[in-house]
Design a binder for this molecule. Structure first.
Ligand code: F0G
Length: 451
């Protein structure tokens, strides 16, 4: 890795194709928000200036990826693109059995339908919501055991994504026969994109191997997790990023991966395992729901893009810039007095809306009030992750997720300026009430009204 003596971390790429972004007047934004029922999921893209709704499938592909797309081989069986994809994923993960799927949750669904079921349990540092939904849909129980300080936005520990080892020991001692899989989500999205230390991955792996329970990783943000191990964990500062990533996978028996994150692809996912018996079950389920094993749920061209993206995601200059961009936005908001989850995670900045708007009660959705105000002030789309998305949620957060390689430092400065205007109005911001709501996953389609 190169020394970088400058204070400014530049985007380590130049821009070859551009896409115009909509710039709206305040009146246009207010009208759009009204039409969307104050639910940012229902805004048309034409009404969004800076879209920080998610880092999933929203990255900018490189010239190498677009070129790879053109050489995609669309053979139904035995596609050349599958061979290239499989080689890359085997090199990355060391796992023998690799299946392409259309996105991360398809891999979760295959696992849930084949090796979970009633009476079984999955332990996770924190299940992502689609993972939890798939586990529960099978009849199994999804248990989260994050470290205690993961729930404290002000705690600045380096690896708040870790699993609570004492809770793991207790669960293994009490109900070893029930536990089907122990899983680590890297990075831990639900607690702020916080990384898991290599020490924790090793400790969890060791315990699982001692009792013969499969240890899996949700590797959606494996590259960002590897970067934090390199940057924050003593002993790993001189190890190459692909070697750190390989060590993480070597400790596991299988993985699910949404290629829409660190695969820097617009669509795609991967299911991998070392276990030939499980691989056989996965293959049969894959054929039922996704497709023939040499394309899964994807086109040959997608396999090419994912293969290139997985390698580019481990480029140290890219990861340095990536982590720096998130930290830059986090520090800017912190400096202007907006409470944020610390330390900055890998893919997003989380505003602590409960502290930002202490006068808005939890049942009036302070996070939604902040998210709507960010949109009103500057067309910035974020997402509430609090009591509107998850009724009963302890934390009231607003996530500003940074798509990969898409926005420049000027965009980030603009977002901070918009946030400063929201801060100036904070005391006068009011909460929301739900006008109309579907029976489940209400955050996608509910209509709200300001109080
Ligand atoms: N696992 C994690 C940790 C995730 O963050 C996601 C998706 C998935 C699995 C599911 O993958 O979307 O490809 O089916 N997270 C997105 C987000 C949606 O906005 O955080 P998928």
């Amino acid at each position: 890795m190169n020394d970088w003596p400058f204070r400014t971390i530049i985007e380590p790429f130049r821009i070859k194709a551009v896409e115009a972004i909509p710039i709206l007047s305040r009146a246009e934004r207010l009208a759009a928000l009204e039409r969307a029922g104050h639910n940012l999921f229902k805004l048309p893209a034409e009404a969004v200036t800076v879209d920080l709704l998610t880092d999933s499938g929203t990255g900018a592909m490189s010239a190498r990826q677009w070129a790879a797309l053109m050489i995609g081989d669309e053979s139904y069986a035995g596609s050349r693109s599958f061979v290239r994809f499989e080689e890359t994923v085997r090199r990355l993960s060391g796992m023998a059995h690799i299946f392409p799927v259309h996105q991360g949750r398809a891999a979760e669904r295959i696992v849930a339908r084949t090796v979970l079921g009633p009476g079984r349990e999955v332990l996770n540092n924190t299940h992502f919501d689609t993972t939890r939904a798939n586990v529960e849909q099978s009849g199994a129980v999804a248990t989260d055991i994050p470290v205690a300080h993961a729930g404290d936005p002000a705690n600045r520990s380096a690896f708040k994504g870790d699993m609570d080892l004492a809770a793991l020991d207790k669960a293994l001692a009490e109900r070893r026969d029930k536990i089907a899989i122990v899983m680590l989500t890297l990075t831990n999205n639900a607690v702020g994109g916080q990384p898991v230390s290599m020490a924790n991955i090793e400790a969890v792996s060791r315990r699982c191997r001692a009792v013969g329970i499969p240890f899996w990783i949700d590797a959606a943000r494996f590259a960002e997790n590897a970067w934090f191990i390199h940057a924050r964990e003593p002993g790993w500062e001189n190890v190459a990023l692909p070697d750190i990533a390989r060590r993480m996978f070597d400790l596991a028996d299988g993985f699910t991966l949404s290629a829409k994150k660190d695969g820097i692809a617009h669509i795609g996912g991967i299911l991998g395992t070392r276990d030939p018996a499980w691989a056989e079950k996965f293959k049969n389920e894959l054929i039922l729901g996704e497709g023939f094993p040499t394309y899964g749920g994807l086109a040959g061209r997608d396999l090419e893009c994912v293969a290139v993206g997985l390698e580019e995601a481990l480029d140290p200059e890219y990861l340095r810039y990536r982590a720096r961009s998130v930290a830059y936005l986090c520090d800017k908001l912190d400096n202007i007095g907006i409470p944020v989850v610390q330390p900055p995670g890998g893919h997003a900045v989380f505003i602590d809306a409960a502290r930002f708007l202490p006068h808005v009660p939890v049942d009036a959705f302070p996070g939604q009030a902040v998210a709507c105000a960010l949109y009103e002030e500057g067309g910035v789309r974020s997402v509430e992750i609090g009591s509107f998305m998850f009724p009963g949620s302890k934390l009231q957060l607003v996530r500003l997720a940074l798509p990969r390689r898409v926005y420049t430092q000027a965009h980030v400065d603009y977002v901070a300026e918009v946030a400063a205007r929201v801060r100036d109005r904070a005391a006068s911001l009011r909460g929301y009430r739900i006008v109309e709501s579907p029976p489940f996953l209400r955050h996608f389609s509910a209509t709200l009204a300001p109080l």
